[in-house]
Write a protein that binds this ligand. Sequence first.
Ligand SMILES: [Zn+2]
Length: 253
Amino acid sequence: MKITFLGTGTSQGIPIIGSSHPVCLSTNPKDKRLRVSVLVAWDTYKYVIDCGPDFRYQMLRAGCETIDGIVFTHEHSDHVLGLDDIRPFYFRQGDIPIYAHKRVLKSLHKRFDYIFATKNKYPGAPTVITNRIKNKPFKLKNLEVVPVNGLHDTLQVFGFRFNDFAYLTDMKTVTNKEIKKIKGVKVLVVNALRIDSHRSHFNLEEALQFIDKVKPETAYLTHISHLLGFHEEIEKILPKHVFLAYDGLEITI
Ligand SMILES: [Zn+2]
């Protein structure tokens, strides 16, 4: 299985438009972060987790010309607003499968009413095949995916386990029962927004405590704000098996 980090930034991305914060002015490419998303590929299959506002550019940058579907963690704009840009995939491949909690599907229906229209549909609009996820394992082709339930402030959010890979973003609270589902995975990806605490995201300390509970072989931090600091400086203070993800990073599991 190959994981490609398409974006590792928080909702505004880094740099933030108009910001003169030193991290936003950094010339290190690892400090430039598009909105958070990963491409998960195995055998001949490719699935994207979330498709935020940078989706089009992320697909071009990763050289990704086909997708088998999109799996959504939740409905916030930094995770869904690239949905219109599935059009090139739809034109070539046909209807695109999407997987989400029923509340997220409802939100997508509202925001992208033309995609879900059943009458007088505009011919340029893509069509999706909706798959509702509940908090129980589901299949993507030949692979069983295990959802991991968490809270983003008070909003329910899904993380996902694909065999030895677990991806959790926008989490602030995860119960021990849910943590059990991912204990000992080889690779864990988890959100770490910044140094100071935040009401809906793990800060660095909380992310490291979470990693201690899950005990993966290796962990990567994502959904990063400029307020976490420079990539190079933060990597120096992390435990040996924990790394900051960066855009374009590829890992094979
Ligand atoms: Zn987010």
